[in-house]
Design a protein around this ligand. Structure first.
Ligand code: B12
Length: 220
């Protein structure tokens, strides 16, 4: 495990948990490894990722951020089992948000975003890694860290009938913990690719179902 390499690549969240304990609720985690690590990022990802994008081969990928995350996380954990947030396993995404809640990384808000005591909703999950090693003691879920007046829920309800990047950004912006807000550049990358166009349109995809992958860059 090379935690320095992980942080240098911009993945500044490495939340260790007891994988054997968590596997009681998340059967897909079951296996020989006892140490689990949820890997994610905050706004710290942006400088190293944009520097890596100077590589034309990476920039030409359909989803450069997913490829970047796969390489950097595999590099940091040689030989470990890595499951990614953007990939499907047996046809389904892994419920990494629920794993983050169960292992005490963050709380789930009514807007379906995880809220971290320091970063608020301004962080992403990229992968869960399981490997040999001594896990920390099991950690209870944390209490909701934000002083929410329900504004995020109202923004979520307003956004879910649209495919508007602005409406979805308003959901995250409604959170009272906002010091770690992404840079404009990072916001543009995530939101304009996830929700192209700013007005609802009948031809736009149904947001209640999972994305079909092609052309939809990894959410962050
Ligand atoms: C599919 C998906 C979507 C779909 C949601 C479809 C749906 N009905 O679930 C769409 C394309 C709409 C979407 C949108 C966004 N997503 Co998204 N998404 C995912 C993904 C890849 C899988 C979610 C999933 O199906 N999990 C499996 C099921 C079994 O888990 P679950 O716990 O039962 O379900 C959870 C979610 O599905 C969610 N949910 C359930 N119903 C709905 C309905 C809607 C409309 C939305 C938005 C979410 C949602 O709530 C559940 C509990 O958390 C995850 C990555 C991951 N592997 O977790 C990212 C993820 C949840 N998304 C994320 C983000 C940031 C976004 C966006 C902001 C996009 C962006 N620009 O970055 C938006 C808006 C989200 C918001 N609430 O404001 C982050 C959340 C980070 C955080 N702090 O919590 C994740 C973890 C990806 C990441 N790299 O970090 N997403």
């Amino acid at each position: 495990m090379k935690p320095g390499a992980l942080a240098a690549a911009g993945f500044d969240i490495a939340h260790a948990f007891d994988a054997a304990h968590a596997a009681r609720d998340f059967a897909w985690l079951g296996g020989a490894h006892r140490l689990g690590i949820l890997v994610g990022n905050t706004r710290a990802l942006w400088p190293p990722f944009t520097a890596a994008l100077r590589d034309p081969a990476l920039a030409a990928e359909v989803d450069p951020l997913d490829r970047y995350a796969e390489r950097a996380i595999a590099d940091a954990f040689p030989g470990a089992r890595i499951r990614f947030a953007h990939a499907t396993y047996d046809g389904a995404f892994l419920s990494l948000q629920r794993l983050a809640v169960a292992t005490g990384l963050a709380a789930l808000g009514p807007h379906h975003l995880l809220v971290h005591p320091i970063h608020g909703p301004w962080f992403a999950l990229r992968a869960v890694v399981t490997l040999d090693g001594e896990p920390p003691p099991p950690c209870a879920p944390i209490v909701q860290p934000c002083a929410c007046d329900g504004r995020c829920e109202a923004a979520f309800e307003a956004a879910r009938s649209t495919a508007s990047a602005r409406a979805w950004l308003a959901v995250r912006d409604a959170c009272t913990i906002r010091a770690a807000r992404y840079s404009d550049d990072q916001i543009r990358y995530h939101y304009e690719s996830a929700f192209p166009g700013d007005a609802p349109h009948p031809a736009e995809p149904d947001l209640t179902g999972p994305p079909d992958g092609a052309g939809s860059r990894s959410p962050g």
